[in-house]
Design a protein around this ligand. Structure first.
Ligand SMILES: Nc1ncnc2c1ncn2[C@@H]1O[C@H](COP(=O)(O)OP(=O)(O)OP(=O)(O)O)[C@@H](O)[C@H]1O
Length: 604
């Protein structure tokens, strides 16, 4: 029997900066391109590095863009880098699909030379981050407004081709080369993290998933869903754009400055805790409305790009010619949509962009989360607000009536106890312990073939552990951590274990995993609020909730597919400020019985 007591140090995946030791080739010529000499460095990112390439034998005519241009941008990625892993970079394929479409630079040649994958692309100008930085770290509202509407149109185009960018940020928006007719044009570069939101063959939206251990993107601008490892979709690019715009106006985002191994968690928590009003203070109202709209988008919802653009109508200079950024793309988009509807401009009053529900109010709420399973009638009993010394009475009475404990939870250091006749257990022991998880006692019971079947912890570290005989489990293991141990769970899934119980104590988590749990698959929904959308999507895919736990910051819901498909469970959930006494009775009348219970974070 193995157990784990170390605190977890799970960190999201962040692109690692690579240091290059191999020299770059002196002369670049790939895929039938002209030969270039490498000049100054343009920038260095996560995986690649970008240089100016100047033609060695330039033709007489001086072209600024296109395959014959005198100067090009050369993006190098080492073959052995993490991003490539001896295969052409993902970015190549995305540029093949998108290069040259509105707001995406042309890639003219690409190929492998020496140890490098090299991409030859149109040379562009400074990034928005450079412009902001060179202007004493400031940018006018007028400029940011133009960027907003043009960037939305670029994203619309990119999304319409089935891709999401995955790393929208000021550093990845470039202007055209200074002193050329394109100097006011906006471009989006770095397609290295782009993924498809639409399946090429079926044309359907890709499936929703949450893989907590995966983080791709840039912490400062990442959407909350990206932090939480959810499959990227169109809403994420728009959320990152919103953060980029606010950062350009305000110079700073409220979640900057966090460091250390918990950075990802703290930044994400702050994003959830910051209301659109607070985030957008000192910004014109359309920016707040844009934030409210994008943070409320569903996973597969098609954003209304034209409406987003029209939010900024009132604060943009009506004359496009004197705008600091070329907004041709935005104009075209509004025109197309207007045309479809038989008019040129959107009528803002008709159906305004309003959030359907407010998910981020900046006020954390803590509630009871109770889960009910539809099953054959049985006796179930609940007790709540139970003090330590009263526990024994309730448990003994329940046992006498043929009931075993099925769930336990804690609120304000008092216990909630669910006992019922349908557990299938043959014997049960419990321990009320002043420490979170009393290792010796648990090991002792494991030796006697009892397995943990329910567990709860209070804010002051005491815990109630229930261990039972007659479970299906073959082996059990648990881990206590100061953050949700997603990596450990993933590892144990690989060894045939499934989560069978969870609890929290303050900010600590304990996860119990068992072999032989009778599940064919399992997923975790973790969020800074009750993950309603994720739960519904999982329910639609035959998962049902099998464990819940929450801290004052986060709620974790484990959902599983039973191995025996005949077990067709119908589930309902409730979130209530006080213990749902009368509601439970209503559920019983309909043959729904409490299957899981916890107290913690529900809405932000
Ligand atoms: N076509 C271009 N013309 C001019 N400068 C460019 C061009 N492409 C990239 N750059 C510069 O190089 C920087 C890094 O490029 P890019 O983002 O494509 O690389 P990356 O390694 O994928 O970076 P990261 O993933 O960290 O954002 C950009 O921020 C920009 O300053």
């Amino acid at each position: 029997m193995d157990d784990y007591f170390e605190s977890s140090s799970d960190k999201g995946f962040v692109a690692e900066i690579e240091e290059y030791t191999d020299p770059l080739p002196e002369k670049v010529q790939v895929g039938g391109s002209p030969s270039y000499r490498i000049e100054r460095k343009l920038g260095k990112g996560g995986f690649g590095q970008v240089y100016v390439g100047r033609r060695i034998n330039p033709p007489n005519q001086n072209e600024t863009t296109g395959p014959n241009a005198l100067q090009v941008a050369l993006k190098f990625e080492r073959r052995s880098s993490k991003g490539c892993n001896y295969r052409p970079p993902n970015e190549w394929q995305v540029y093949r699909a998108l290069g040259g479409s509105h707001g995406i630079p042309h890639v003219h040649f690409k190929g492998l030379q020496n140890d490098y994958y090299i991409m030859v692309m149109d040379m562009l100008g400074p990034s928005l981050w450079d412009v902001w930085n060179n202007n004493s770290q400031a940018m006018s509202i007028e400029m940011v407004t133009c960027i907003a509407i043009e960037a939305i149109s670029i994203l619309e185009k990119l999304h319409s081709r089935g891709y999401v960018h995955g790393d929208v940020k000021p550093e990845n928006f470039l202007l055209g080369p200074p002193g050329t007719p394109d100097e006011k044009k906006l471009y989006l570069v770095d397609l290295g993290l782009a993924t498809q939101w639409r399946d090429t063959f079926t044309g359907c939206h890709v499936d929703y998933d949450q893989r907590l251990e995966v983080f791709r993107g840039t912490v400062r601008y990442a959407s909350v869903h990206a932090h939480l490892g959810r499959t990227g979709s169109r809403r994420d690019d728009l959320e990152s754009l919103a953060y980029s715009l606010i950062c350009l106006i305000r110079g700073r985002l409220p979640w900057q400055g966090h460091q250390g191994e918990n950075k990802n968690f703290l930044v994400c928590k702050k994003k959830m805790d910051t209301s659109p009003e607070t985030l957008c203070c000192n910004c014109p109202a359309p920016f707040r409305q844009f934030v409210e709209y994008v943070v409320n988008l569903k996973f597969d919802e098609e954003p209304d790009y034209a409406k987003c653009i029209s939010l900024f109508d009132g604060i943009i200079n009506p004359s496009p010619d004197i705008r600091p950024i070329n907004t041709e793309g935005a104009k075209k988009l509004i025109y197309q949509v207007g045309h479809k509807r038989g008019r040129l401009m959107m009528d803002n009053d008709e159906d305004d962009v309003k959030p359907k529900r407010k998910v981020r109010l900046g006020q954390p709420a803590t509630q009871w989360i109770s889960v009910y399973n539809n099953r054959r009638p049985m006796m179930q009993r609940y007790h709540y607000n139970v003090a330590d010394e009263k526990l024994i009475q309730h448990i003994e009475k329940g046992n006498k009536d043929g009931l075993f404990i099925s769930s336990v939870a804690s609120c304000s250091n008092l216990w909630a106890l669910i006992m019922d006749a349908g557990t299938g257990f043959s014997a049960q022991v419990y321990k009320l312990s002043p420490t979170f998880c009393p290792k010796e006692w648990i090991m002792e019971q494991w030796k006697r073939n009892y397995y943990i079947s329910a567990i709860a912890g209070t804010n002051n570290e005491s815990s109630l552990i229930v261990m039972s005989k007659g479970t299906k489990y073959l082996q059990q293991s648990y881990k206590v951590g100061t953050s949700f141990p997603s990596k450990w769970i993933k590892k144990k899934w690989g060894e045939g274990f499934h989560v069978t119980a969870m609890a929290t104590s303050g900010t600590k988590w304990v996860i119990v995993m068992s072999r032989g749990a009778g599940f064919s698959d399992q997923v975790v929904e973790l969020d800074f609020l009750y993950p309603s959308e994720g739960i519904h999507r999982r329910w639609n895919n035959d998962y049902c909730i099998t464990s819940t736990a929450a801290t004052k910051d986060q709620a974790a819901i484990v959902l599983s597919i039973p191995r025996r498909k005949s077990t067709n469970v119908i589930q309902e959930t409730l979130r209530t400020n006080s213990f749902p006494c009368t509601l439970v009775k209503d559920k019983w009348k309909k043959n729904f019985y409490i299957a899981s219970l916890c107290y913690g974070r529900t809405v932000a």
